[in-house]
Design a protein around this ligand. Structure first.
Ligand code: HAS
Length: 551
């Protein structure tokens, strides 16, 4: 990659606007999380008539849907502009702003409806709980805005390929296109659910809604949603981290293949969120569990590739002995350390996912705090810590400022605070879940039932962990504002886009990995195989439900 490429200031502004909006959502969602943790701790009553499920809806929408989507679109824009010569085409940039405007407008509308108490339906907005139609319209605008951004990235990619016939695309750009292809195919499910089922029903145009079908369409989207979060995290682990540690990408072909496998197997698996639900035959649940175990493979390939990259970079610096390479890693550089802690946490996080996917074990953990613990390790640690790690070089690059030694030190402290808070909170959730504590509940002792009383010490730890995490959020908000608006200006242009070269001895990448007709065609076949019959059965056999407003 030619390090002399400079990012066009207009694209830097577009990317930075997305990233700052994302951290605004993190601030609001984090405050809701703090209050939830205090309620769970058992000694705090919500004031001002705020409902626990209203808070939980705000927390889930802002953290899981808004923080992630805006950050990812901003990160992919910056990388796509950089790897295609430093500037987006004019039409692409214009579409980018339109996409941002729709996403931001939809987010504001959705959050207003939640704060007005018109949408305490949680981030999965399961029917028959019914929110205000404006809540669903707001979320629809966010999805449509992200589609515009996705097609803008496709246009940039296509113009690069036309200008470079027969050449393999830059690895970052390829990974960005896989991420956006996954997102566009997956969001078709939630768009169908909202536009065809929930909106007409919430408007009162139809009396009932097919609950099974709406939930299945949500999870058709909901599981690939987690890989929409994970793929940009893997982009950082595959192509940014090697640069930061003075290493190289271990294998371009393996990296691209892992992304293709995640694209293929992350969508036809939504039933693994519905293993205990009626209305879906065990045969089709079994099919989607098998496909779920297929989706674990690219993550194991990633683990192998990361270990190889870490070790080879250390050996290249003269590391000796089995683990000498470990000491050669840049432990005091927060740009490496925060994502690295995300990687380490992803080991137990992923293992928990394997437990969830095992039909028999899922009967024990489903709808318990165990699952909440799982995703606070996956998205709220592995993904979040990696996104935090990216801002230390990406935001200064976009804002024309510098990562100073003081901010680096603050960042190291913020990472440790996050790890400590998550250890307390997610650890308590996992244990409590195994003791039978349900998820998505405020504080209750169920009439002082002995089992419920055994949860209380863990609830207290959970609340303390939530408080520690909120300190981490305040710190990262201070850091990003410093990096964006107040840190020393980078007059000499030292800050670089951190992208590694591929190792010289890496094997040649087969051209078929960039043959989109093959891979998108295979995705469609897998989706039709996994979903056609069960969806027809739901349409035929599942009765409709009237709306319920329980808050
Ligand atoms: Fe999950 C529920 C299964 C990964 C997020 N998951 C959720 C929910 C969320 C979520 C948000 O099968 C709750 C949704 C709700 O509200 O109900 N999950 C899996 C499986 C994986 C998995 C099989 N989940 C994720 C990721 C997420 C995420 C990633 C977010 C980013 N999950 C489930 C299931 C449920 C579920 C069921 C439903 C449960 C229920 O009953 O409701 C796999 O992708 C995991 C594969 C990953 C690994 C780990 C590989 C390790 C790597 C790092 C290596 C580290 C290195 C560095 C090299 C097997 C790549 C360390 C270096 C050293 C020196 C130590």
């Amino acid at each position: 990659m030619d390090t002399q490429v400079k990012l066009d200031r207009r694209d830097s502004l577009l990317a930075l606007t997305h990233i700052l909006f994302a951290f605004g959502a993190l601030a609001l969602g984090g405050f809701a999380g703090l209050l939830q943790g205090m309620v769970k701790g058992g000694n705090f009553k919500l004031p001002w008539g705020v409902g626990y499920y209203q808070l939980l809806t705000a927390h889930g929408v802002l953290m899981a849907l808004v923080f992630t989507t805006f950050f990812i679109v901003g990160f992919l824009y910056a990388g796509a502009a950089y790897t295609t010569g430093g500037a987006m085409r004019h039409g692409v940039r214009k579409a980018g702003w339109w996409g941002f405007g729709l996403m931001a407008g939809g987010t504001i509308l959705t959050v207003i409806m939640i704060l007005l108490g018109q949408a305490s339906v949680l981030y999965t907005f399961y029917a028959p709980l019914k929110a205000s139609p404006l809540f669903y319209i707001g979320l629809t605008l966010v999805v449509v805005g992200s589609w515009i951004s996705g097609f803008a990235l496709f246009a940039q990619y296509r113009s690069w390929r036309r200008a470079n016939p027969g050449k393999l695309s830059p690895l970052f750009l390829f990974m960005a296109i896989v991420t956006m292809t996954l997102w566009l195919i997956a969001t078709l499910g939630v768009a169908a659910e909202v536009l065809l089922l929930l909106l007409p029903w919430s408007m009162g145009w139809v009396p009932t809604v097919n609950v099974m079908l709406s939930r299945s369409l949500f999870w058709y989207f909901g599981h690939p949603l987690v890989y929409f979060w994970l793929l940009p995290t893997y982009i950082c682990w595959y192509v940014v981290i090697p640069k930061l540690i003075g290493g190289k990408v271990f294998s371009d072909a393996l990296a691209r293949l892992s992304f293709i496998l995640l694209l293929l197997f992350s969508i036809p698996v939504g039933f693994h969120h519905q293993l205990t639900e009626p209305g879906i035959s065990s045969a089709w649940k079994f099919v989607q569990v098998v496909l779920t175990f297929m989706v674990i493979v690219p993550s194991l390939m990633t683990a192998f590739s990361l270990f190889a990259m870490l070790e080879l970079s250390g050996r290249a610096k003269g590391a000796k002995g089995m683990f000498g390479w470990f000491r050669k890693l840049p432990w005091k550089d927060v740009r490496f350390f925060a994502p690295f802690m995300g990687m380490v946490i992803f080991i137990p996080a992923g293992a928990g996912g394997v437990v969830n996917a095992s039909n028999q074990m899922d009967q024990v953990v489903h709808n318990t705090l165990w699952v909440t613990g799982h995703f606070h390790l996956t998205v709220a640690s592995s993904v979040a810590l990696t996104f935090f790690g990216l801002i230390y070089w990406l935001v200064p690059l976009l804002s024309g400022r510098k990562l100073t030694a003081t901010i680096n030190k603050l960042g190291m402290a913020q990472t440790w605070i996050w790890v400590a808070g998550m250890f307390l909170m997610s650890g308590s959730m996992h244990i409590e879940g195994l003791l039978g504590a349900p998820r998505r509940t405020a504080f209750a002792t169920y009439n002082d039932h002995a089992t419920a009383l055994s949860w209380i010490p863990f609830n207290r730890l959970l609340g303390i962990g939530g408080g520690v995490l909120f300190v981490g959020i305040l710190l990262i908000l201070y850091i990003i504002l410093e990096l964006a608006f107040f840190a020393e200006k980078d007059a000499s242009g030292e800050e670089q886009f951190q992208l590694a070269e591929v190792a010289e001895d890496a094997q040649k990448t087969p051209a078929i990995l960039e043959n989109w007709k093959v891979w998108v065609g295979l995705v469609v076949v897998l989706i039709l195989f996994a979903y056609t019959v069960p969806i027809i059965e739901m349409l035929r056999e599942v009765p409709g439900s009237k709306p319920w407003i329980t808050w």
